[in-house]
Write a protein that binds this ligand. Structure first.
Ligand SMILES: [Zn+2]
Length: 99
C-alpha cells in the first residue's frame, strides 16, 4: 500500500467525507458517490448501505463478496485463536521450566 501526500487537487467530495487523489482510479458508488479501492469493496458497500436499490447482478456480486469476506473472517478468527493458545501454553511451559 502506498501513501500519497494530499495535494490541492485532492478535494473532498460534496459531503467532505473523502479525499481521493485526482490520479487514483477508485470505483464510486452510483448511489452516494463514495469511493472504493476495488469492485469487491464497492459490492459490499452497495449490499450493506443500499440493499433496496440493487440489480440482480449487484445482488449476486454482494452475496459473492459477502461469502468471501465471511470465510476470510472465519480463517482469521481460527488463526488468532491458535496464536493465543500457542502463546498461552508457551508462556505456561516457560514458567513451569524457569520458576
Ligand atoms: Zn453508496
Amino acid at each position: 500500500m502506498t501513501h500519497t501526500t494530499p495535494t490541492a487537487d485532492d478535494a473532498p467530495d460534496a459531503n467532505g467525507d473523502f479525499a481521493v487523489p485526482a490520479d487514483d482510479d477508485a470505483v464510486r458508488c452510483r448511489h452516494c458517490g463514495a469511493p472504493f479501492a476495488d469492485d469487491e469493496l464497492l459490492a459490499l458497500h452497495r449490499g450493506l448501505d443500499h440493499p433496496g436499490d440493487l440489480s440482480a447482478d449487484e445482488r449476486e456480486a454482494f452475496e459473492t463478496a459477502y461469502d468471501a469476506e465471511q470465510e476470510e473472517i472465519r480463517r482469521f478468527r481460527l488463526l488468532a485463536l491458535g496464536v493465543l493458545v500457542l502463546l498461552y501454553f508457551g508462556l505456561l511451559m516457560t514458567y513451569a521450566v524457569v520458576a
